[in-house]
Design a protein around this ligand. Structure first.
Ligand code: SF4
Ligand code: SF4
Length: 467
């Protein structure tokens, strides 16, 4: 091949910065509401107190997860897994019904990108002003505007990074900067990643990095709610000239505002595209155009593929909720949720491990009784002091010593108590090493409360034979 035929092909095409146009309609208000709700949960909720401690705290060092009155321990792994399963199936179920509503309104990437776009707009103005500023030389004005914006973004990211640590360690200590080197490192990293993903990379994350964007199409069907342009109504598109007979034209005036408002830079009029995050900014801006044109809203709207194909009227969308996929995900979700609630309600706040003392199998004590030794490992899984009473049953005349009645068990780390269980000598079995099941009976209640007394048993072996 001749040298001149060789071409250099760029395998990576850099993307241009997208400056979406600000929108004001109903869905934009929903997006703002979701930013406020999610950030209230993330940034403010950890500051709430409950019963003298941080209400929501995933205390990794203490291995206690607090959520108001609910305290989960590592032994509650099943409940924590249940929460993750509910989140996963909830997302599958919701995506099958409503498509990318999660992406458009509540996904952290969307929420933080929206916040970063607020900073863009506050400091640099709307789309036209931002585009102008981007092209402008680096003069004093541009440096001042950019510096102010980045200081504000830096403070926001610092707040986000510190709050992230405040979910895992007491937040009041974090904001007194009373942190370890690792915590500092994680806070800085988290704040930086927020800046990188939400301010620098933005739509690139949704387009190229998000795995959910890739596999959610498997959950879509023709009855899934999508945002769609109505070509039957909109085409043939074209600008309307004054006095022109536009009866043969569609409702789309080709103003391209829907493209300018799109945060991922696509044209919804080209049909459903995987890049569309379902933010509905194009609906809001097109509705404004339609109102100005004296046309009905909804040229771009929430609908389903089947409704667009006239399989059923659009307002009958809800009748398609009975389809197997939706019912299946819904059933799984309902089963996990019910099991989780029942499990939580029946969960014991006091947990005990009965450990047989293998060092001393069996002996006669100084009262002449046949005695076995055990260690009780007690854990208070609540955040209140529990009063515990312990008894033992299973052999006539059996009794326990070593643990006081009305034993007060503080929340926190497990405590180990050596106890002795004894039976009258006439109940002993002379055959060597013969054992029998006995039952440790525990009852407990919250100290200072006359509420419910809860009970549970733990089975153990008692060795009766001494010779
Ligand atoms: S905003 Fe509406 S009218 Fe304007 S180009 Fe988009 S679809 Fe057409
Ligand atoms: S096409 Fe519309 S809904 Fe999809 S991302 Fe763009 S503006 Fe949002």
């Amino acid at each position: 091949m001749a040298q001149s035929d060789e071409q250099e092909i760029e395998l990576y095409q850099g993307s241009k910065r997208i400056h979406p146009k600000w929108t004001k309609g109903i869905f934009s208000k929903w997006r703002i509401a979701m930013v406020l709700i999610t950030q209230f949960v993330f940034l403010i909720l950890p500051w709430f107190n409950y019963d003298g401690r941080q209400a929501v705290l995933l205390h990794v060092a203490d291995r206690h997860f607090y959520f108001f009155g609910l305290v989960l321990l590592p032994s509650d792994l099943l409940f924590m897994s249940g929460i993750l399963f509910m989140a996963a199936f909830g997302l599958f179920w919701w995506t099958t019904i409503a498509g990318r509503l999660w992406c458009g309104y509540a996904c952290p990437q969307t929420v933080y990108t929206e916040i970063m776009m607020w900073f863009d707009r506050i400091f640099e103005g709307d789309r036209a002003a931002r585009l102008k500023l981007e092209k402008a030389p680096w003069d004093a004005r541009k440096i001042r505007i950019k510096s102010m914006k980045y200081i504000a973004i830096f403070l926001m990211c610092a707040w986000i990074g510190l709050t992230f640590i405040g979910w895992f360690t007491p937040i009041r200590e974090v904001f007194k900067f009373n942190m370890t080197g690792t915590q500092w490192g994680v806070a800085i990293f988290y704040g930086f990643v927020t800046f990188l993903l939400a301010h620098i990379m933005r739509e690139q994350v949704c387009k190229y990095m998000c795995p959910y964007a890739r596999f959610q199409s498997a959950m879509f069907d023709k009855d899934t709610l999508i945002i769609s342009y109505d070509p039957e109504r909109g085409e043939p598109r074209g600008k309307k000239k004054k006095g022109e007979d536009d009866s043969k034209k569609g409702d789309c005036i080709d103003c391209t505002l829907c493209v300018q408002a799109c945060p991922v830079g696509i044209d919804i009029r080209n049909g459903l595209q995987y890049e569309c995050i379902g933010c509905a900014a194009c609906i809001d801006i097109c509705d404004e155009v339609m109102v100005k044109q004296g046309k009905p809203k909804g040229l771009i709207r929430y609908t389903t593929e089947a409704a667009m194909e006239k399989a059923y009227p659009e307002n009958k969308f809800w009748t398609r909720l009975k389809r197997p996929r939706v019912v299946g995900y819904g059933l799984i979700l309902a089963i996990i949720f019910t099991a989780w609630i029942i499990g939580i309600m029946n969960r014991q706040n006091v947990r005990v491990d009965v450990i047989k003392d293998r060092g001393v199998m069996v002996r006669y004590n100084n009262e002449g009784l046949v005695e076995n030794s055990y260690t009780l490992r007690l854990l208070n899984a609540s955040n209140k002091v529990q009063v515990v009473n312990t008894n033992v049953e299973g052999i006539d005349g059996i009794k326990i010593t070593g643990i006081a009645s009305d034993f007060e068990l503080n929340p926190g780390d497990p405590v180990s108590i050596p106890v002795q269980v004894s039976i009258p000598p006439e109940m002993a079995d002379t055959s060597n090493g013969k054992s029998q099941h006995i039952y440790f009976k525990f009852s407990y209640h919250v100290k200072g409360e006359d509420g419910t007394i809860r009970t549970f048993d733990e089975k153990a072996a008692f060795i009766k034979g001494t010779r």
